[in-house]
Design a protein around this ligand. Structure first.
Ligand code: GDP
Length: 195
């Protein structure tokens, strides 16, 4: 999809605040700092639209990006941020779980994993959760520009070994810097949403 207009329509913490126009939604999930904002900017051809930073844990709401009145990207606040309280963590968990398990418009999740290391326990737990609810998932290994191409096959085989892929789910390598994988990510999103 070639995106022309992007708006952050809605920041929501609970279902009554979710958008009501019925467009399909793709959620972006992953550890804080894994590169969700950078992925969003690459996919929508904007530099610096979604805020990127080195400060993890900034977003605590679900942010709905309206793409051309056709599709929403839903930015899910990153997990694995140590400096939040237990109470905040519980609230976060409830917000995410409610969204992922009840939202009819949700057509798929892009689960971002740092391509430089093996998936963390948090990553694997998140994937198991998505699998349990049978939510179509693209496992995206990010920051691949930091790994020499000669080691990319090894990265894929590590992912294949550690992530027990659900039928129909896929693994894709990605770099926001070189834009490697951009077309494949869009193809996956288009196949899930019909946009
Ligand atoms: P978010 O917290 O998941 O939204 O992560 P950001 O998109 O803000 O990225 C966190 C940091 O990683 C920033 O400094 C980005 O510039 C950097 N980053 C994100 N994606 C890539 C990538 O593909 N390659 C490289 N080299 N750096 C990246």
């Amino acid at each position: 999809m070639d995106v022309h207009n992007v708006n952050i329509d809605i920041s929501a913490v609970e279902p009554k605040q979710y958008p009501s126009n019925g467009y399909p939604e793709i959620a972006l999930v992953g550890r804080s700092n894994v590169g969700k904002s950078s992925l969003t900017n690459v996919l929508i051809n904007r530099n610096g639209y979604a805020r990127t930073s080195n400060k993890p844990g900034k977003t605590q709401t679900l942010n709905f990006y309206n793409l051309d009145e056709k599709l929403f990207f839903v930015d899910i606040p990153g997990y694995g941020y140590a400096k939040i309280s237990k109470a905040q963590r519980a609230k976060w968990g409830e917000m995410i779980e409610t969204y992922l398990t009840t939202r009819k418009q949700l057509k798929g999740v892009v689960l971002l994993i740092d391509g430089r290391r093996a998936p963390s326990q948090d990553d694997l737990q998140m994937y198991e959760f998505l699998k349990y609810y049978d939510i179509p998932t693209l496992v995206l290994a990010t920051k691949m520009d930091k790994t020499p191409k000669s080691k990319w096959n090894k990265e894929v085989s590590i992912l294949n070994k550690t992530v027990d892929l659900n039928d129909g789910d896929e693994i894709q390598l990605f770099s926001a810097l070189s834009k490697y994988g951009k077309e494949e990510v869009w193809k996956w999103i288009e196949s899930k949403t019909g946009v």
